[in-house]
Design a binder for this molecule. Structure first.
Ligand code: SIN
Length: 344
């Protein structure tokens, strides 16, 4: 099973390499997906399930665009990494093999935007409202605009929520992590956080995580509850600890050539529909996570633990050095600006 994902990833990678050659040699023009009948197709790929905050927002976006354009612009949503996954989705977007993505903010560092990893800093944000003061303000806008350097158009942010820890044992204090292999996203901040807790970070694609947990390739991971539940990780993890240690959110990005190929009114239609869909996603994010927690309790497969104040303060103390260790990578000015927004 584990290998079949790798085989699928390899063949997708080969496909992208071929596409890359075609683009480089001018054999393929890339953008959009403008079909003969005058229908513009927007392929929107993401890695999570349909009934997560991101999955629901993507579906709302699809419905709004299709309806408001009278079917002239068709959004096709590809969930669960069916089209592209963590390994190849950014490359697919840049080559024009998809038009839109909504990667987690943690996945922008490795393509040259380490400032996005500030959202991964453990215990930086007390709640989602504080995150929004950055994502919905001038600082967030500045972050989105910089994506243009990689031919990506940053269209907006969306929340999932706060992450918690899972494994086959409770993870309530730093000593519980010692020696564990913990799956992480490709973020240096998250890797440093796991090391600070005494665990070994293992970077894996989201779509490979459940299989890796089941095969004991890794011992545990971190997730908002909606991702944990919809990936059925509760079937392969006996303990879920409500550490609420860091935030997970998304940025929606479009291929720049595709975006500029749209006429002004279509661009407005798509951008407006997306803003509405993101607002909707933000509204349902808490609800989806609450529903997933309830479902997890009812399933009875996984013990749910609440750290006490003493355990939480030891967790905070253990990961505190990550803030200064990673400041240079994130960019000290970005951190100063983020802290100023949070303190204001
Ligand atoms: C996602 O929510 O898009 C996936 C996050 C992860 O890779 O853990």
């Amino acid at each position: 099973m584990f290998n079949s994902a790798t085989v699928a990833d390899t063949s997708r990678r080969q496909c992208l390499q071929t596409l890359g050659v075609a683009v480089a040699t001018g054999l393929w023009s890339g953008h959009g997906a403008k079909a003969a009948a005058g229908v513009t197709t927007i392929r929107f790929s993401h890695v999570v399930a349909e009934d997560t905050p991101k999955g629901l927002a993507a579906e709302r976006f699809r419905a709004l665009v299709n309806e408001r354009s009278g079917g002239r612009i068709q959004v096709q949503v590809y969930p669960r990494a069916h089209l592209y996954g963590d390994h190849d989705e950014m490359q697919a977007l840049q080559l024009g093999a998809v038009e839109m993505l909504a990667p987690s903010l943690s996945k922008f560092g490795r393509i040259g935007f380490p400032e996005f990893e500030l959202f991964d800093l453990p215990y930086l944000f007390p709640d989602v409202a504080s995150v929004r003061r950055i994502t919905q303000g001038a600082l967030g806008q500045r972050m989105l605009e910089r994506l243009m350097r990689q031919r990506l158009v940053g269209l907006g942010f969306m929340d999932n929520g706060f992450k918690h820890m899972s494994a086959n044992r409770p993870l309530l204090a730093p000593e519980h992590f010692v020696g564990l292999r913990m799956r992480v996203q490709a973020s240096r901040v998250i890797a440093a956080q796991m090391r600070a807790l005494g665990a070994r970070p293992v970077t894996l694609a989201f779509s490979e995580t459940r299989r890796a947990l089941a095969a004991r390739v890794v011992d545990g991971t971190e997730n908002p509850i909606s991702n944990f539940w919809t990936q059925r990780m509760h079937e392969v993890q006996t303990d879920f600890s409500l550490t609420q240690h860091a935030y997970l959110g998304y940025a929606v990005v479009a291929n720049q050539r595709f975006w500029s190929s749209l006429g002004r009114s279509d661009r407005e239609l798509v951008a407006t529909a997306l803003q509405e869909a993101l607002q909707f996603g933000n509204q349902v994010a808490d609800l989806q996570n609450d529903k997933a927690l309830k479902a997890l309790r009812e399933a009875g497969t996984t013990r749910i633990h609440q750290p006490d104040e003493g355990q939480l303060s030891r967790m905070r103390a253990a990961v505190a050095p990550v803030h200064s260790e990673l400041a240079q990578r994130i960019g000290p000015q970005w951190l100063t600006d983020a802290r100023a927004v949070l303190a204001a």
